[in-house]
Design a protein around this ligand. Structure first.
Ligand code: V47
Ligand code: SF4
Length: 409
């Protein structure tokens, strides 16, 4: 951990945070107990100031975003009954179940021709009819039609599912998919690694150790990935910290993680939300900011902390830029998973909106590629002349509605 900027002790309200501030200032690694102390503390401003100091030491004032397009090719999932937090999955014969044909996937991806999309983010359900061949064909075709677009696809859970139905090793599945065009993997499917929590919210899903093993294998093959934690349901602060400790340990070993993204649980239209009586009540802004800040402070070996504005709202994402976050989940053309679960945010943000959001937080925006190389810098304050030059041609309503119709099964 690089030495952070000087921390002003006069602002610390919670005395329990003083030893943590000392460690942060010395660039010393935090323990899981420190993490629990941070989660227990009501002194959000101090937690934010510590995370901001660490973030500034690593990234200065720069905030990156990537122009990506989510594609969810199938919502059919064998864990439909046991992942009780999921509002997206369907059984094969259930109303609304769909699986894209190759043509439907390509039709949805077509908008990438007329937008600034540089990454396809592809995740879906554990569908018995979406095995290795389905994805190999899809990735090859996407690469053929959009060679400039990076493919970030398939969570560890989906990789393990493909290995099971195709009776192959995880390693061979990854080698084959990599050769077909998969560039990196997203971090979903992690939920919370604690076996007790998993048994409650995601029974029968691969275990935390298995998730880590899939990522370890991917990293050993040169496939980098992201990592996540689904928070705000039944987990304790200790569960959160043990989860983060497992991620930090793998990162010490492989260095393969690009970014950490805490995912805020959305309780609408899922069984868990009903059981908890939480329908319509997502996580609090306080907890969203804390999860991001603790991620920055504890995961000292993961460079990038990403806020997902679709899940926590653009306003919280903007504030999070002073709480350790250096990256925003960017211009998403269309997204389904959280909207099924009650996210009320827009499904896409324009370039101008994301630039305004970053500048409004006093930061300097930069567009990045999927490996976090800056590919376009933007002035801290934009002139109207430059705005005209930089504005991309975004997908027209017609194009989006066409993709939407072809996507409906
Ligand atoms: O694995 C499902 C989560 C994940 C709900 O790597 C839910 O850049 C909240 O992988 N409330 C899939 N979360 C999404 C994913 C992802 C998202 C953003 C960035 C990246 C990245 C990856 O979504 C699932 C699960 O953890 N999820 N249902 C829900 N009701
Ligand atoms: Fe299936 Fe993923 Fe939903 Fe679980 S979270 S039911 S694995 S789509």
């Amino acid at each position: 951990m690089p030495a952070a900027a000087h921390i002003d002790r006069t602002c610390i309200l919670d005395a329990a945070l003083v030893p943590i501030a000392d460690k942060v200032e010395r660039g010393e690694r935090l323990t899981t107990t420190d993490g629990v102390t941070l989660f227990q503390s009501g002194d959000l401003n101090t937690i934010g100031a510590l995370a901001d100091a660490v973030n500034r030491a690593k990234h200065g004032n720069r905030v990156t975003f990537a122009a990506n397009q989510h594609i969810n090719p199938t919502n059919i999932c064998i864990l439909r009954k046991t992942c009780v937090f999921c509002s997206y999955a369907k059984l094969p014969k259930e109303d609304g179940a769909y699986r894209y044909t190759l043509e439907q996937t390509l039709a949805e991806a077509k908008t990438a021709n007329s937008t600034m999309t540089r990454e396809f983010h592809i995740v879906g359900g554990l569908d018995m009819k979406a095995g290795l061949d389905y994805y190999v064909e899809m990735f090859r075709a996407l690469k053929r039609e959009h060679p400039q677009v990076h493919i970030k696809a398939l969570t560890a859970v989906e990789i393990a599912h493909i290995a099971r139905i195709d009776k192959m090793s995880i390693r061979d599945v990854l080698i084959t998919l990599h050769a077909a065009g998969l560039d990196t993997m997203p971090g979903g499917g992690a939920e919370v690694f604690s076996p007790g929590v998993r048994a409650t919210i995601a029974d029968k899903k691969l275990s935390g150790e298995e998730y880590i093993d899939v990522h370890r294998t991917a990293h050993s093959l040169g496939i980098r990935s992201n990592c996540t934690m689904l928070y705000g349901h039944v987990e304790t602060f200790e569960d959160r910290m043990n989860h983060l400790a497992m991620l930090r340990e793998l990162q010490d070993e492989t260095g393969g993680y690009l970014a950490y993204i805490p995912l805020a649980y959305h309780p609408d239209n899922n069984e868990l939300g009903l059981t908890l009586g939480r329908t319509g009540l997502a996580t609090s802004g306080f907890d969203d900011l804390k999860n991001l800040a603790v991620g920055r402070l504890f995961l000292d070996n993961i460079e990038h902390i990403k806020s997902h504005w679709i899940m926590v709202t653009p306003s919280i994402s903007q504030v999070s830029l002073s709480f350790g976050v250096n990256d925003l989940e960017g211009t998403v053309v269309r997204e389904k998973i959280y909207h099924e679960a009650g996210a009320h945010t827009a499904q896409a943000m324009t370039l101008d909106a994301i630039l305004d959001l970053i500048r409004g937080a006093g930061k300097v925006p930069a567009e990045r590629d999927s490996f976090y190389n800056v590919i376009r810098s933007f002035p801290a304050v934009i002139t109207s002349e430059a705005r005209g030059e930089l504005a991309p041609r975004s997908a027209s309503d017609e194009e989006l509605s066409e993709a939407h119709q072809t996507a409906a099964a």
